[in-house]
Design a protein around this ligand. Structure first.
Ligand SMILES: [Zn+2]
Length: 305
């Protein structure tokens, strides 16, 4: 799971006040993993650096909209994905910013809806077009609740199935092949997961007196939640231990799956960055940080340049 959003709040507050040192700290903390992600998507080093630079400028321009619902890291990755998509457009390339290696989540989910057993979908969710941001937030926190429980209980097999379903957009039958589970077992796990998420959403909504809804929770919506909140991504500290080889076996296997077989690009970027740090091969990343600082500091609140 990404870092606790609350941790970045004082930093964001200071930056809102135009504190250049706080800004420098934030750039130092995040530029390496963002550069690693951009490098994985754009061939040219200079394009990658441009995209990251624009991402930091984008963050400064959107500070007002940052409410700490997603972690700061996830927020930055989202801005970066948009910048990279812009670059593809500028270059005239038709390409998706892929989230998982070899992944095709956007195209796969629609197909994925077909193999859901007809009467197994909890029918409680309105269609995507009709949902407002509050619904998505409620859903995201329900998903976070269920997945963090699974991590606590070390139910890594379940996490692997849900990563494959909702992050990679794989179908039940493919997951059965990848995990040695029967296809029906995958369907049952999925149904239970949706049920638990639905129960949490319902309990929040009955507390807040929200109106009742109908329809079903779509895989596409869950994929959007997965992308924007990354509920299963290991913490950076966990990834650090993975690089050092000091994780407990169960965790080690899950992180190996998440970053390898699943190929989460966000975590892969973190791993690249952490490995760089470890090898102190970060001279070029360091000089990139200086250039990023120089070119973004003028956008800090309270500076008219
Ligand atoms: Zn991840």
């Amino acid at each position: 799971m990404p870092a606790d959003p609350a941790c970045s709040e004082p930093l964001i507050e200071a930056i809102r006040g135009g504190d250049a040192q706080a800004w420098s700290q934030l750039v130092a903390e995040y530029h390496g993993r963002l550069l690693a992600f951009a490098r994985s998507q754009l061939g040219q080093e200079s394009d990658a650096e441009d995209a990251v630079q624009e991402t930091f400028v984008g963050l400064l321009k959107s500070l007002g909209g940052f409410r700490g619902e997603a972690s700061l890291e996830t927020w930055l990755f989202q801005i970066l994905r948009r910048r990279i998509a812009d670059q593809y457009r500028r270059l005239g390339t038709r390409r998706e910013v892929t989230l998982v290696a070899g992944g095709d989540a956007g195209n796969a989910v629609e197909q994925n809806n077909l193999d859901r057993p007809a009467d197994q979908s909890p029918s409680w969710y309105v269609r995507r077009e009709e949902q407002d941001a509050t619904d998505v937030r409620t859903l995201a926190s329900a998903v976070a609740g269920v997945t963090s429980k699974l991590k606590e209980q070390q139910k890594f097999r379940d996490l692997i199935v849900f990563d494959l379903l909702f992050f990679a957009g794989r179908r039940n039958v493919e997951i059965a092949e990848l995990t040695d589970l029967e296809e029906t077992a995958v369907a049952v796990l999925k149904h239970r997961f949706l049920r638990r998420v639905a129960d949490l959403v319902e309990s929040v909504e009955s507390e807040s007196g929200s109106s009742e809804r109908s329809g079903s929770l779509s895989d596409e919506l869950l994929t959007r939640v997965w992308e924007s909140t990354r509920p299963t991504c290991p913490k950076r500290s966990t990834l650090g231990k993975f690089v050092l080889g000091t994780l407990a076996d169960e965790w080690d296997r899950y992180v190996a799956f998440h970053t390898g077989e699943l190929g989460c690009r966000f975590c892969a970027a973190n791993l690249d960055d952490l490995t760089d740090e470890l090898n102190s091969a970060e001279a070029s990343t360091e000089s990139a940080r200086h250039r990023i600082m120089e070119s973004t500091v003028g956008f800090l609140p309270g500076r008219d340049s």
